[in-house]
Design a protein around this ligand. Structure first.
Ligand SMILES: *Cc1c(COP(=O)(O)O)cnc(C)c1O
Length: 240
């Protein structure tokens, strides 16, 4: 263990990310304990999930069901049954049942039909599944947008369905800053949406925002969960 170079690399990356989070917290007068760092491990092996868990990162995110389901199983075999798995990718309705069987928080619920599918999946797994309504903060990519999310006019409907679903819990909101946008401006819009939602649903306190490139802007705008991939794990090939 002492001379595992990959572990050393991950430890160094984690230290840099933690410094960035600490600086952002200081700048906005927030406590580090208000924020959960989630390692987005897509394309990286279960061995890296184990290294990160050894370093204290117990929240892990994936964006494709097939890869996630396999990694969850492998990690359980490695003795990592205590990890919290986050699903952050666009969910095909036919994958909802699988995702509901292992996810601890689904970040990417963006349509009412998906609520129904996840609710059935959670019921089949005899679980209560916390979910976030994903908000599309872009206007320019509404058609053919590749990052998912309910439009600003649709979020309330998705949230109401999540709240009403017997086996799901509305836990808050999630967003990805639109490409080539001012992430601070985008995340401040998300903060407004989150605040409006909390007036109706006081328990919907999660704000999932911020990735490797824009976590500071997310912390500044009230993010409670950061989804960090490349800054922790290194470069990954673009998904085909
Ligand atoms: C891949 C991914 C991330 C992490 O992105 P990085 O830029 O590598 O930090 C965060 N959120 C979602 C939804 C992702 O798909």
């Amino acid at each position: 263990m002492g001379d595992d170079p990959r572990r050393a690399e991950l430890a160094a990356n984690l230290a840099v990310v933690e410094d960035r989070i600490a600086a952002a917290c200081r700048a906005s007068d927030r406590a580090r304990s208000e924020i959960t760092l989630i390692a987005v491990t897509k394309t990286f092996p279960a061995a890296d999930v184990r290294r990160l868990a050894d370093l204290g990162v117990l929240d892990v995110a994936e964006n494709r069901d097939q890869e996630a389901a396999a990694k969850v199983d492998e990690c359980a075999r490695l003795g990592l049954g205590h990890l919290r798995w986050h699903f952050v990718g666009q969910v095909q309705t036919n994958k909802a049942r699988s995702i509901a069987s292992y996810a601890h928080l689904v970040h990417s619920v963006d349509r009412e039909r998906l609520v129904t599918a996840l609710d059935r999946g959670a019921a089949a797994a005899a679980r209560q599944l916390p979910c976030l309504a994903q908000v599309d903060l872009g206007v320019q990519h509404r058609n053919g947008g590749d990052r998912g999310g309910a439009g600003l006019d649709e979020v309330a409907g998705v949230a109401a369905h999540l709240d009403a679903a017997e086996n799901l819990l509305l836990a808050g909101v999630m967003a990805v800053a639109p490409r080539q946008s001012d992430s601070h401006e985008a995340f401040s819009r998300l903060a407004t949406v989150a605040g409006e939602l909390r007036r109706t649903y006081p328990d919907a306190v999660v704000v999932s925002a911020g990735m490797s490139g824009d976590l500071e802007a997310a912390v500044r705008n009230g993010a409670t969960h950061l989804r960090v991939g490349s800054a922790l794990l290194g470069w990954r090939p673009p998904l085909g």
